[in-house]
Structures are given as C-alpha cells and as structure tokens.
Write a protein that binds this ligand. Structure first.
Ligand code: FE2
Length: 268
C-alpha cells in the first residue's frame, strides 16, 4: 500500500498569488503530475490541511478542480486556514465526508488503517484536540488493536523548535499522547502545518510533518526569530506499507533534478 501525503496546498483565488509571489495552484498541479508519474502509483492521497488559504467556496472549487486528475481516493482534513463548512459543502459527495461535526473518519479498506483527526479551531491559527475528539479517537483505535494504523491530522502534536510555529501548535497534545500510548498499533502520526519535513518520537510512535506542495517554512531554530517562508524544493511525503518492510516514510521533491543511473536493474 502506497500513500502520498500532500500538505498545505494553500489554494487561492484565480490569479491571486500567496504573499504576492507564489502561485500555489501551479505548485499543486506539478505535485499532482508528479504523483501521477510515480511507478507504482499511490493507492491513496492524503491532504493534511491548509487545503486553501482563506476558506472560501471559490477556493475549494478550485482545489477540487486541481485534484480531478488523481484517479485514486483523495482524503482531506482541515487545517487552520480551512473553513469546515465550506470544505464539507464542496466535498459533500465523498463517502468519507461526515455530514456534520468534526471532519474525522476512518479509512479501512487497505492493509494500513487510516484515521483522520480534525484539529481545527475556527478563526485561530493553533489547533486543538479536546475531550470529545479524543474520546472518538480512543474508540476508533479500540476497534482494531491488531491492525497497523496511521493517524493523520494538520497540527503536529510535537514541538519543532521553530518557535513561531510551536506557538500556534496543538492544544491537547499531552492528553492525545495518553490515548495513543494505549494503542501500540499506531505506526505513524502524519501531520502538516510546518511546511517542511520534520520527525520526532512521540507517544511511543513516530510523528512527522510533510513538506508543503508550494512554499516551505524556513529552517530557523533560533529562539523567537519570527517566520520566513522559502521556495526550497517543494514536495510531499510518500508512505509505503509492505509486510516485509513495515511502514517506511519517504519525502519526494517535486522539480527538475538530474538523475544518473549508476548500476543496471537487477533481473528478478
Ligand atoms: Fe500551512
């Protein structure tokens, strides 16, 4: 089972550039094209929040249009830039989309079980997992204790040392850690929000953030040094589940890079 995790696509209106410079729609198109040319092709795509920039219906319509070329299921969760109602309305025909409440659901039709957790607090840049959301997660994890599982959510539950982003982190992370520790089948916690690839041991498992498909957050761990966005190579995470390998997580960069074959393929 192969999972492509795109994140922080930040789609804006037609012709509107992020920060006056960044064509996020063009970046998403190139990421989609990159995914389509992977061999083998991913079985599913997860989009871990900040799907659009201002949460408007027009932005979600544009996002939907940009995702059309992907033939596999695409599972969405909201980030702090999203609007739950507008997201729900645009993707109401998707079988996984809850009709009301938090946008949380389980995907259980492959060898790796996927659980979407909604961390959105409307109008706030930080996220939250409150008692209601954690009870739901605990119950879902309790349904399949022997099945390898990945949780996906926007705000990471761990500190990154990029202070600006940690200050808009996840409220309730310690309580969530107590839940996750009770369920050792959790192989991974897949997050976005940070616009770059970061990993940490958390609650007895591995939690990570995927790069963004457009702009990245600058690598700057100096205390309280503000926020820089950068056009380092964009990318997405690629998670492979194979019985003889387990779950292994890669980062794919999207761009024109030279490659040189240095050994011939091995015959089977
Ligand atoms: Fe973002």
């Amino acid at each position: 089972m192969l999972i492509a995790q795109i994140s922080d696509t930040h789609i804006k209106g037609d012709g509107v550039l992020a920060y006056g410079h960044i064509d996020t729609s063009g970046f998403l198109s190139r990421a989609v094209d990159h995914i389509l040319h992977l061999d083998p092709r991913p079985d599913v795509v997860l989009a871990t929040g900040d799907l659009v920039d201002a949460g408007t219906p027009a932005e979600y319509a544009r996002l939907r249009h940009l995702l059309v070329p992907l033939p596999m299921p695409v599972y969405l969760i909201p980030g702090n830039h999203d609007n739950r109602d507008a997201l729900r309305a645009t993707f109401a025909d998707q079988p996984w989309m809850p009709r009301e409440g938090f946008i949380q659901y389980v995907v259980d039709d492959g060898p790796l079980r996927l659980i979407a957790v909604d961390t959105l607090i409307p109008g706030k840049p930080s996220g939250r997992v409150d008692a209601e959301r954690l009870r739901w997660l605990d119950a879902r994890l309790g349904e399949a204790p022997a099945k390898p599982t990945a949780i996906f959510m926007h705000h990471p539950p761990f500190k990154t040392a990029i202070d600006y982003m940690d200050e808009i982190g996840l409220d309730g992370a310690d309580a969530m850690a107590e839940v996750v520790r009770r369920h050792p089948q959790v192989e991974r916690v897949l997050c976005g929000h940070l616009h770059r690839s970061i990993q940490a041991r958390w609650a007895g498992t591995l939690a990570l953030t995927a790069p963004a498909t457009a702009h990245q957050v600058g690598l700057d761990v100096r205390p309280r040094n503000g926020l820089m966005v950068t056009l380092e190579p964009p990318g997405y995470a690629l998670h492979l589940w194979r019985p003889d390998v387990g779950l292994v997580s890669h980062v794919a960069n999207v761009g024109d890079f030279q490659s040189y074959r240095v050994a011939p393929p091995k015959s089977a």
